[in-house]
Design a protein around this ligand. Structure first.
Ligand SMILES: N[C@@H](CCC[C@H](N)C(=O)O)C(=O)O
Length: 312
């Protein structure tokens, strides 16, 4: 008998994931299995794979339970190349939508749900169809000196081309935000290859390219920031959205703008728009949609047989 694996497929602003439920921690998915499942021709297709597993089943999950005993479910996140990632902002929202679909949680009463991730506990609540995630503490690996360098370089830059101000932002996973001057520059980027950014941390980095857009105002007349972003994700390539990347982008642009920058930002990505809010104590909130589009079963033996290993 062939081995069948039940899956769902979901996305958050078109950052798409294969979702599998493993409530008894029985699935031993190898990196090759992940590559095959996320393959867009021989598999289901996705930027990553998310496994639902009890926090108590994994060492990283047990660490999370020490932080918050209510974080019962753990998001085991894999990039499409099979590598493990600490966090995924769009993934957390889709993970919670999947938990709802499985009947494991109910957020309809507006309460907050604690989720385990390799970057620590993340808290999620619903705002209608949108899911808001408290994304934890961020920091700038280069410290304030890196910020000063970036800001100086940016204000010195004139002309339409050549703006290459970069800032590393740790969102639980690594990001490098690069400021560009114009929409044409952003549109013209070739992100089929890994962009050159320096310095690249040893564990690699996700790279976000951003162009500021005009500020708007909310109903109370408070300024709201706005940026456009394209992203090259570590372990994937160009994707149509990245939630942790959107937070990093808003944080970098707000930091470059200095005191008085808006505390709410909209980040436009090729797959839609997410909202980022600065919170006290170097925390940030990400809000956006989470959609499940398919449910089915995959024949694991056929899938494994179809995986082509690139020759050296
Ligand atoms: N798309 C995600 C980030 C996924 C992990 C990333 N590729 C990494 O390796 O850190 C998001 O929405 O945050």
């Amino acid at each position: 008998m062939t081995q069948q694996l039940a899956f769902s497929k979901g996305h958050g602003t078109q950052n798409d994931f294969v979702l599998v439920a493993d409530p008894d921690d029985r699935l031993a998915l190898t990196p090759d299995d992940v590559r095959a499942l996320t393959d867009r021709r021989a598999g289901i297709g996705g930027d990553g794979l998310i496994r639902v597993v009890p926090s108590a089943a994994l060492p990283e999950g047990r660490a999370v339970l020490d932080e918050d005993p209510e974080a019962r479910w753990f998001m085991d996140y894999r990039n499409a190349d099979g590598s493990i990632a600490e966090m995924c902002g769009n993934g957390v929202r889709v993970f919670v939508r999947f938990l709802e679909h499985l009947g494991l949680v109910d957020l309809s009463d507006g309460h907050e749900l604690a989720i385990g991730t390799r970057a620590g506990v993340r808290r999620v609540h619903r705002e209608g169809d949108s899911y808001a995630v408290e994304m934890g503490r961020w920091h700038l690996p280069g410290g304030s000196a890196a910020l000063a360098d970036g800001y100086d370089a940016q204000v010195r830059t004139t002309g339409l081309e050549g703006v290459r101000v970069a800032l590393s932002v740790d969102m639980g996973n690594p990001h490098t935000v690069v400021a560009l001057a114009t929409d044409a520059e952003l549109d013209g980027l070739d992100l089929t290859t890994i962009p050159e950014v320096a310095p690249v941390p040893p564990a690699g980095t996700n790279v976000e390219y951003v162009v500021p857009r005009a500020e708007t105002q909310d109903a109370d007349g408070t300024a709201v920031g706005h940026v456009r972003m394209r992203v090259h994700e570590r372990g994937v390539g160009e994707t149509r959205s990245c939630g942790t990347g959107a937070c990093a982008a808003a944080l970098a642009v707000a930091a470059w703008a200095g005191a008085g920058a808006p505390s709410t930002w909209f980040v436009d990505v090729p797959g839609g728009t997410v909202r980022v809010r600065m919170l006290p104590e170097q925390r940030v909130e990400l809000a956006g949609p989470a959609v499940l589009v398919a449910h089915g079963a995959v024949d694991l033996d056929a899938l494994r047989a179809g995986l082509v290993t690139p020759s050296a």
